[in-house]
Design a protein around this ligand. Sequence first.
Ligand code: SF4
Length: 417
Amino acid sequence: MWDRIREKLQILADAAKYDVSCSSSGSTRKNTNKGLGDTGNGICHTYTEDGRCVSLLKILLTNFCIYDCAYCVTRKSNDIKRTAFTVQEVVDLTINFYRRNYIEGLFLSSGIFKDADYTMERLVRVAKKLRTEHNFNGYIHLKSIPGASDELMKEAGLYADRLSVNIEVPTEQGLKLLAPEKDRKDMIQPMNFLKNEIILRQSEKKLFKKAPLFAPAGQSSQMIIGATQETDKDIMFTANSLYKNFNLKRVYYSGYVPVSNDHRLPGLGTSVPRLRENRLYQADWLLRFYGFQVNELVHNQQPNLDMDIDPKLGWALSNLNQFPVDINRADLHLILRVPGIGMLSAKKIVEARRFQRLNWEHLKKLGVALNRARFFITCNSSYFERRDLSAKQIRHFILSGSDKKTFSAAVTQLQLF
Ligand code: SF4
């Protein structure tokens, strides 16, 4: 019996590794009634080299699928070993692994057997059994099946912490090319439903403390990068509209891993550099937390992010007229735009300057990366760098390794100017 389960686990965990959208932050489900586990303040999620999150049991319910999406290893035309868990098997595995401290929660996705509702109903049953029969308070992330009914989505939200619907390919044309049987509407509709339902349940919760939780960690999505010709601009504009229109918590960017020699896809030897994924995540971070607009980062003149420098530095170099920022007077939103100053340091600066004027030494202590920031700020009315440096020169200084220098080395350099 265990051999059979182990084999299924091997196949279905391996098939799930291509899905990167399993971060578990943002849920605060409490352990009540002496139940089992709790999500605490964000489960520790560790990623293996191939992007797999190892703190969650991350599996597919099945790798049978009626669809034939060219970019997917589970596509029906792919000649691979197929298998499926029963609902009870997934429940038992989760409880066993949890008790042994292997995992802190469950990430459950699935190929689509028969139809969307048939598959979604099984995913929901797993979550329902865990919550109601085992009083399981660990984290559950269910992948929603595009095209599943509103009733099932509603039920899923009652038991899962997070739900996600994959947008899969950044543009509709890309989806038509690689997954012609699929319809973008089937992905957008459940996202819209979840958004409305989450808002409704949150307002209910404010009025009635005992109102049930509904997907408390919100919804997320994932798109595959590099399977089609989309630019970073196409990708970021799609992500931006998902954040704006559906209140998504996260959009994940999954570099295409060659799984087929289909002529519509990049060749088997090519894969998307990890750096491109990183740059997209950095840009995404700027949109969500630093007040940047998407068209400030990518536009027709610059449809792709610069691979050599991070997007914030890229923006600063293209907008030198916005600098220098006076660290003792500027608003928080301007300080946040300075390369080398993160959210935490920016907040500390605003707090600390209430009590004294800040100098360079203070900034260093507040965690500012002066090796970058020094080109873009003034402090106590003084410049750290020559004022006449061009964008090209600053870029050269930073890329040539001066960004690795310590503050004291930078001071020495200043004295030489
Ligand atoms: S529907 Fe999902 S599992 Fe099936 S082939 Fe397409 S991407 Fe893969």
